[in-house]
Ligand binder design. Structure first.
Ligand code: GAR
Length: 199
């Protein structure tokens, strides 16, 4: 079974959705949660789901490279084959991305390339978009960027508030992301010259 690590900085609801899905289906194993924020609620979820969690405090390292070298050391120790970013609010350097080339996946709560960065749901809502959604993509050297694996649209109705839209987006993330992660772990997602194919 493929061992994966999930990186999170905050609530960890996607971490929980992916972990529960894979624990039930036993198609891959979430062996590790790495978090970079001591207050991340993801840690509590990991405890409940009996997943090992490791806090890597960026402030303890002299440079980004030193921080990422520590990440890579841990990933190697746990024989991690893929890194799943789930609300990990930190830009990974080309050095890290290269070390796990085509094995890092991210989710973003908008239809990329629209509304990159933080607060994407709010940005889309304030823009008064009629359709937004979620994007799952391979990670490259730029932020919220890289070959797209899957996009799922979410309609914004006149009745939606920011809160209801956030709920719809998160519900969609929790439905889609675990399936994509499983597909990837089963070798059903291929990438060649930045073109993604799902078998
Ligand atoms: C998710 O909505 C995810 O798409 C977003 O952070 C949230 C994390 O929620 N990621 C980004 O904005 C990446 N640029 P969670 O901690 O409850 O999984």
């Amino acid at each position: 079974m493929v061992n994966i690590a999930i990186f999170a900085s905050g609530s960890g609801s996607n971490f929980e959705a992916i972990t529960k899905y894979l624990q039930k289906r036993k198609t891959a194993k979430v062996s590790l949660l790495i978090y970079d924020n001591s207050k991340a609620y993801a840690r509590i979820r990991a405890e409940k789901l009996k997943v090992k969690s490791v806090f890597v405090n960026p402030k303890k390292f002299k440079s980004k490279e030193a921080f990422e070298k520590e990440l890579i050391k841990i990933l190697k120790a746990y024989k991690i084959k893929a890194v799943i970013l789930a609300g990990f609010m930190r830009i990974l350097s080309p050095y890290f991305v290269q070390s796990f080339a085509n094995r890092i996946i991210n989710i973003h709560p908008s239809l990329l390339p629209a509304f990159k960065g933080t607060d994407a749901i709010k940005k889309a809502y304030l823009y008064s978009v009629k359709i937004t959604g979620i994007t799952v993509h391979f990670v490259d050297k730029k932020i919220d960027h890289g070959p797209i694996i899957w996009q799922e649209p979410v309609k914004v109705t006149p009745q939606d508030t920011l809160k209801t839209l956030e709920e719809k987006i998160h519900k969609t993330e929790h439905k889609i992301y675990p399936k994509i992660v499983e597909y990837f772990c089963r070798g059903r997602i291929k990438i060649k010259r930045r073109k993604v194919e799902i078998a």
